[in-house]
Design a protein around this ligand. Structure first.
Ligand SMILES: [Zn+2]
Length: 429
């Protein structure tokens, strides 16, 4: 185990890198059907591919969908016990920023030696990051913080992750005596619109395990996501001229209302948190004749997921009895599953992440995501991919901020990962 040290020059380079990337507008568009959803995402992709080439990744390239792919070749000397055996490890971050918050013309605001207290954003007097809402601010006194000017998001989600991966590559190049296996890099587009793995070819990527750097607080490791289904309740009524409808009309609008009214209030998104499950009626469209009611179903286990779906079917059965002439159908389709099911099949990908955080003298914080990640989809595509912290806070909003020192710890985690995979492989021979 070697001591991995970052100096002031590395820290400066990381900050400059991050600022260079957040200034490129990469906002994705949920209404677009092209891929990438916005062509401007390729502006950053091109820049990253060029920088990776300059850092010695000869195969660095951007593909037609704006994904950037590159390899840092293994440098283990012949005869090293892990040479030729250490698995290729993937590092993944997304270049796009959230579609619903202004993301162009980002003016990063750098605060060196943060002294504590609220942080007023210089471009909009109504935007202040308060220490009351941000308990992490108190943990970052003395650190270098970066915010936007308050008129746009910052884009640390996920350009902090992009900058950290790039800085890890730069660090490895600067320290050729640091021995590592093959490192595979992927920067993806359109994560924020749920299309981040649409064109991800896991076998071409060539990594055995991977990590996304798309989490938040220092030391956090996320290996769980929701299990997610979506349900569509189709209600067919019977329309008659309302003046002559007595005893004849069957109103799908009222049937829908009766279903929604009967949903258990203790299992809604607005009444649950932590590891609790929910059933969320989120869209309704139609008229007396026909209504489509859409619901999201979310839970951390498949058993609980099916409990929520059974609860919906029980409500529908009750309402069917009350409106005997109406036709109600429930169709459930699978969206994604908790990635911990996949990671549990081969838990070393997670154990190495814990060790990488501990090696910095920090206690890893294991968290479950009340949502999905690209990593959860990749895990089910055969590439186990837990999510690691990138040091940024308040994702998707104008009050997004990041601590440079936390970003630095993320780079260190990445380098530690590579070191631990080599040790683990070498010692198991
Ligand atoms: Zn993200």
């Amino acid at each position: 185990m070697t001591a991995i040290a970052f100096d002031a020059q590395d820290r400066r380079a990381l900050l400059e890198r991050f600022i260079r990337y957040v200034k490129v507008d990469t906002q994705s568009d949920e209404n677009s059907t092209t891929s990438p959803s916005t062509m401007k995402q390729k502006d950053l992709g091109r820049l990253l591919a060029d920088e990776l080439k300059a850092l010695g990744c000869a195969d660095a390239r951007m593909d037609e969908w704006g994904y950037v792919w590159a390899t840092v070749p293994a440098n283990l000397p012949a005869g090293h016990p892990a040479a030729g055996k250490v698995p290729a490890i993937g590092l993944i971050a997304h270049v796009d920023t959230y579609f619903a918050t202004a993301g162009g013309g980002v003016k990063p605001h750098v605060i060196e030696g943060y002294e504590g207290g609220d942080v007023a954003l210089p471009g909009d007097a109504s935007q202040t990051i308060t220490d009351g809402d941000n308990p992490n601010l108190a943990r970052c006194v003395g650190h270098t913080l970066v915010t936007s000017d308050g008129t746009t998001l910052l884009g640390a989600d996920d350009k902090a992750g992009v900058a950290e991966i790039m800085q890890a590559v730069a660090w490895m190049r600067k320290h050729p005596g640091f021995h590592h296996g093959e490192v595979k890099i992927a920067f993806t587009t359109d994560e924020e619109v749920g299309r981040g793995t649409e064109h991800f070819d896991v076998s071409a990527f060539g990594a055995r395990y991977a990590y996304t750097l798309d989490g938040s607080d220092i030391g956090e490791i996320e290996d769980e996501t929701f299990c997610a289904d979506s349900a569509v309740v189709t209600i067919e009524g019977h329309d008659v001229h309302p003046g002559y409808a007595k005893g004849k009309m069957i109103n799908a609008v009222r049937i829908a209302a009766a279903i929604i009214e009967r949903l258990d209030e203790s299992f809604l998104p607005e009444t649950t948190d932590g590891r609790q499950s929910y059933l969320h009626p989120y869209a309704i469209a139609g008229d007396v004749t026909k209504i489509d009611l859409k619901l999201l179903v979310r839970a951390f286990t498949e058993e609980e997921l099916h409990e929520r779906e059974d609860a919906l079917r029980a409500v529908v059965a009750e309402v069917r009895d009350r409106f005997p002439g109406g036709r109600i159908n429930v169709a459930v389709s699978e969206s994604y599953r908790n990635m911990s099911y996949k990671i549990a099949e081969d838990p070393q990908v997670l154990e190495v992440a814990f060790e990488a955080v501990r090696r910095m003298g920090l206690e890893p914080v294991r968290r479950a995501i009340r949502g999905g990640t690209d990593g959860s989809r990749l895990s089910f595509m055969g590439l186990p991919t837990p999510n690691l912290f990138n040091g940024s806070m308040n994702f998707h909003g104008k009050k997004e901020w990041v601590a440079l020192e936390w970003m630095e710890k993320s780079v260190e985690t990445v380098v530690n990962l590579m070191e631990i995979w080599v040790e683990k492989t070498g010692s198991s021979q």
